[in-house]
Design a protein around this ligand. Structure first.
Ligand SMILES: O=P(O)(O)OC[C@H]1O[C@](O)(COP(=O)(O)O)[C@@H](O)[C@@H]1O
Length: 346
């Protein structure tokens, strides 16, 4: 009989990693796990309930919001509000931050930034989607949080994770002590420890980017793409192209098999498309904790200054050798972009 270890048990066991822990972070991770199960239940029967399709509204990103985006956003916000361990929430679906002012929460230690439903373009077509979350300790002592509390660099994260709603549903997270994965066992309604100490292979043969944007890519990315597609036995090229269009799913696959995910600047997204605070920083923290690398083509994502909650950034993330190679091409063929990105941080 293999011993089943649930997420809740694992979190409590690992609490000793934090000498001064009082269980707040453990309870916050528990709350996120509960919301993930509720969202998973709707995702699994999406075709049977009125949760597919568009909600008829646009979000602050200028995107058509999907019904499941709203449902997931509401579930995570309500779990965070009722759990009592979170005093401020930043969400992809909300233009402004949400202050959790209830008596139990207003002085709570933690801030949560989240993308409640990642991969929205795949919701209606039964392709893996995800949720991404990032946790910070507040900087202000007590009372109402300020923007200073949420506009912290990625290096300040105390925890980050994602949920992938795929052929099975998994929750993968880090608290800065490695990366561990849990698979939801629907028969007992528990996330069970399944992927201990996940490691990102230092090299791989998979590249993931939307080649449909090729004409709008920086020269450095165009050259790196050609490098991936050239025949060379010594370096096992050409590599294989895999792109799901859900960042969580693409990075999860690459973390298991080795590979690189790139969403560069494009003509339509001159600062990149993906959001720094609740997409790139949490996934960069996880990937680095698993031994991988995450940059904007020049600089470590976790060191990028955060100016606003919906700030965008280009991202090169995955197997260290592959990301370093891509950076070589960016420095050689798109050096001008480094200054553009630096100025965007100021
Ligand atoms: O369709 P594109 O331009 O390739 O973009 C796909 C990317 O956009 C995203 O869907 C953005 O996330 P949201 O779905 O949360 O808006 C990523 O998951 C994915 O990697």
């Amino acid at each position: 009989m293999t011993k089943v270890v649930t997420l809740g048990q694992f979190i409590i066991e690992r609490q000793s990693e934090f000498p001064y822990a009082k269980g707040e972070l453990s309870r916050l991770l528990r709350d996120i796990g509960i919301a993930a199960k509720i969202v998973n239940r709707e995702v699994n029967k999406a075709g049977l309930v009125d949760i597919l399709g568009e909600a008829g509204t646009m979000n602050v990103q200028g995107e058509h919001v999907k019904k499941l985006d709203i449902y997931a956003n509401e579930q995570f916000i309500s779990a965070l509000k009722s759990g009592g361990e979170c005093s401020m929430i930043a969400s992809e679906e909300n233009e402004d931050v949400i202050h959790v002012n209830s008596a139990v929460s207003k002085n709570a230690k933690y801030i949560v930034a989240m993308d409640p439903l990642d991969g929205s373009s795949n919701i209606d077509v039964n392709v893996p989607i995800g949720t991404i979350f990032s946790i910070y300790r507040r900087k202000t002592e007590k009372g109402m949080c300020t923007m200073e509390d949420v506009l912290q660099k990625g290096t300040e994260q105390v925890a980050a994770g994602y949920i992938i709603y795929g052929s099975s549903t998994m929750l993968v997270y880090t608290t800065g002590h490695g990366v561990n994965g849990f698979t939801l066992d629907p028969s007992i309604g528990e996330f069970c420890f399944s992927h201990p100490n996940m490691k990102f292979p230092s090299s791989g043969k998979i590249y993931s980017l939307n080649e449909g944007n090729y004409v709008h890519f920086p020269e450095g990315v165009k050259k790196y793409l050609k490098y991936c597609q050239v025949e060379d036995d010594e370096t096992s090229r050409p590599y294989t192209s895999r792109y799901i269009g859900s960042m969580v799913a693409d990075i999860h696959r690459n973390m298991i098999k080795g590979g690189i995910f790139i969403y560069p600047t494009t003509a339509s997204s001159p600062k990149g498309k993906l959001r720094l605070v609740y997409e790139c920083n949490p996934l960069a923290f996880i990937v680095e904790q698993a031994g991988g690398r995450a940059t904007n083509g020049f600089k470590r994502i976790l060191d990028v200054n955060v100016k606003e909650i919906h700030q965008r950034t280009p991202i090169f993330i995955g197997s260290t050798d592959m990301v370093e190679k891509a950076e070589e091409f960016m420095r050689q063929y798109s050096p001008e972009l480094e200054e553009v990105l630096q100025l965007a941080e100021v």
